[in-house]
Design a protein around this ligand. Structure first.
Ligand code: HEM
Length: 232
């Protein structure tokens, strides 16, 4: 299993830890990486544009981003499908019409939907980071079929996806240097958010519940003493 392929070091993710939240500037940069690099092959089926509002961008910004996509809608009164600019209520459109088209464009390999990838693969964000930064030459004697690439973090070592991230490949709007590891960290953080957008709320609600239970415990203790004190 691929967990064996993930280095057992602590990458120090901002959102790991009992009370920790996502690093939102990283989520925003990670969306940029997804959009400019990964989205040409990988869908993000479960994310709607509206989900980005207040997370990666403001509502106005997301509206503009959505409008830059062509979304298939319909059927119209004539029974035909048509294209229109995206809206907040649309899903982020994927690159291919279906799985067959995705395979046909990738030499038969299927680029999986990335919505839940940090949950679906052992190692989660650590695995994604290791995979994206892990392309190296194959060890001597290890034959790699043409069309495949060597990556020790991918189970089996031979992956159909070539290295995608190179230093300086894109320009971050916040001026962060776009190194391979920075982009890998950011896109992994973005994908962690996509798979678990309720993460911060869940932790906050947990703290509130524990607080409420502590108050209830104190009140119960006090009431019990008060109620039974005449019988002592
Ligand atoms: C597989 C991430 C860009 C094509 C994968 C996997 C991940 C991933 C996590 C799954 C590995 C596994 O099954 O464990 C990303 C990210 C990208 C990116 C984060 C952007 C930074 C691309 C691009 C292409 C592509 C641009 C096409 C040119 C593929 C293919 C596979 C794959 C064909 C299947 C590999 C196989 O099963 O051998 N990618 N990818 N990816 N990706 Fe990407």
């Amino acid at each position: 299993c691929s967990a064996d392929h993930v280095p057992s070091i602590d990458y120090g993710w901002n959102h790991h830890g009992l009370l920790a939240s996502y690093d939102y500037p990283a989520v925003r940069r990670g969306f940029q990486v997804y959009r400019e690099v990964c989205a040409s092959c990988h869908a993000l089926e479960h994310t709607y544009f509206r989900n980005l509002v207040g997370v990666t961008h403001t509502e106005e910004e997301v509206k503009k981003i959505a409008e830059s996509y062509d979304v298939v809608d319909g059927p119209n009164a004539e029974g035909e499908m048509f294209e229109r600019p995206g809206k907040l209520s649309d899903k982020i459109p994927g690159p291919y019409a279906n799985k067959e088209a995705a395979r046909a464009a990738n030499n038969g390999a299927y680029p999986p939907d990335l919505s839940l990838i940090t949950k679906a693969r052992p190692g989660g964000v650590d695995y994604i980071f290791a995979l994206l930064t892990g392309y190296i030459d194959p060890p001597e004697g290890k034959a790699i079929l043409s069309g495949l690439n060597y990556n020790p973090y991918f189970p089996g070592g031979a992956i159909a996806m070539a290295r995608q991230l190179q230093d300086g490949q894109l320009e971050y709007e916040d001026g962060t240097p776009a190194t391979t590891s920075q982009m890998s960290k950011d896109v992994a953080t973005f994908l962690a958010w996509a798979a678990e957008p309720e993460h911060d709320y869940r932790k906050k609600a947990g703290v509130q519940w524990i607080g409420a239970l502590l108050v209830a415990l104190a009140l119960t203790g006090f009431y019990k003493r008060f109620r039974w004190s005449p019988l002592k």
